[in-house]
Design a protein around this ligand. Structure first.
Ligand code: SAM
Length: 248
């Protein structure tokens, strides 16, 4: 693949996770960000561990189909690697990420990758949805919505989560996260995130969940969501949780 001219957050995360699917332009951007903020590998490892615990909990509840929005790269402990008996459709809007994702998943009969704008479920290819998330709208599914909230304003995020709630069957789950106000103390790093970047508090995020019902843990720093042992000692850069659509 020809090296992209611009870095992407998805490939920068791959760099921080020690993956193999990034380019020099991504490594340079990741290092520049770390100069402005501080080391990021532990933070993104912790976030990926949260994904693992949340997806694992959904699979343990009997869900065997997942739709992933803003998926980034499907490696490094991603959804199909955690829910090993499930089928998974990864989606993103970035064409390079989609191509890389399709290349990574080539040959898998359990996981696919396609275009999907998280703010419009209608953009997901119905054939892919049918194949990898069978029974969408009729059977409980897991929706993974991580690394996206920061790029959506409150109105768009609330509408999107509301439409997803209507689209899924009762018994479905939503794994979510959002950026805390951690970067407010690092103006240079904050500037690198661009003018659309949104930080939130748990109190400001909670109403945006609308009808989704968070599990008993609520909305917490991701390290403290059902930790296995001591929570990782990392800055609270991301908060998140798991929410459900009740069956009655
Ligand atoms: C910060 S990365 C997160 C990747 C992955 N979810 C993770 O947590 O490691 C954000 C991803 O969201 C994608 N994205 C941004 N806006 C989107 C939208 N409206 N719908 C779907 N994906 C979007 C970007 O292309 C990028 O791959």
């Amino acid at each position: 693949m020809v090296e992209p001219e611009q870095p992407s957050t998805a490939r920068m995360i791959d760099f921080w996770l020690g993956g193999e699917h990034h380019f020099p332009v991504d490594a340079a951007a990741a290092r520049a960000f770390e100069e402005a903020y501080g080391p990021c590998a532990a933070i993104f490892r912790d976030l990926r561990d949260f994904l693992g615990r949340a997806v694992g909990a959904v699979a343990e509840a009997g869900v065997d189909g997942f739709l992933v929005f803003g998926a980034g790269l499907p490696t490094q402990g991603n959804v199909h690697e955690v829910a090993t008996a499930a089928t998974v459709l990864y989606t993103d809007v970035d064409p390079v990420t989609i191509r890389l994702g399709q290349r990574i998943l080539a040959g898998s009969d359990r996981a696919g990758y396609g275009y999907g704008d998280a703010t419009d479920i209608g953009t997901v290819d119905p054939a892919q949805l049918h194949r990898f998330v069978p029974g969408w709208g009729r059977r409980p599914v897991g929706v993974v919505f991580l690394g996206l909230a920061a790029f959506l304003d409150d109105e768009t995020l609330a509408r999107t989560l509301d439409e997803l709630y209507d689209a899924v069957a009762p018994g479905s789950f939503l794994a979510f996260d959002f950026d805390s106000e951690e970067l407010a103390g690092y103006p240079q790093a904050l500037a690198m995130m661009g003018p659309q970047f949104r930080m939130r508090t748990p109190a400001s995020f909670a109403p945006l969940l609308g009808r989704w019902v968070p599990t008993a843990e609520g909305v917490v720093p991701v390290a403290r969501w059902r930790p296995r042992g001591e929570p990782a000692a990392v800055p609270d850069a991301f908060h998140g949780g798991l929410a459900g659509k009740p069956t009655d």
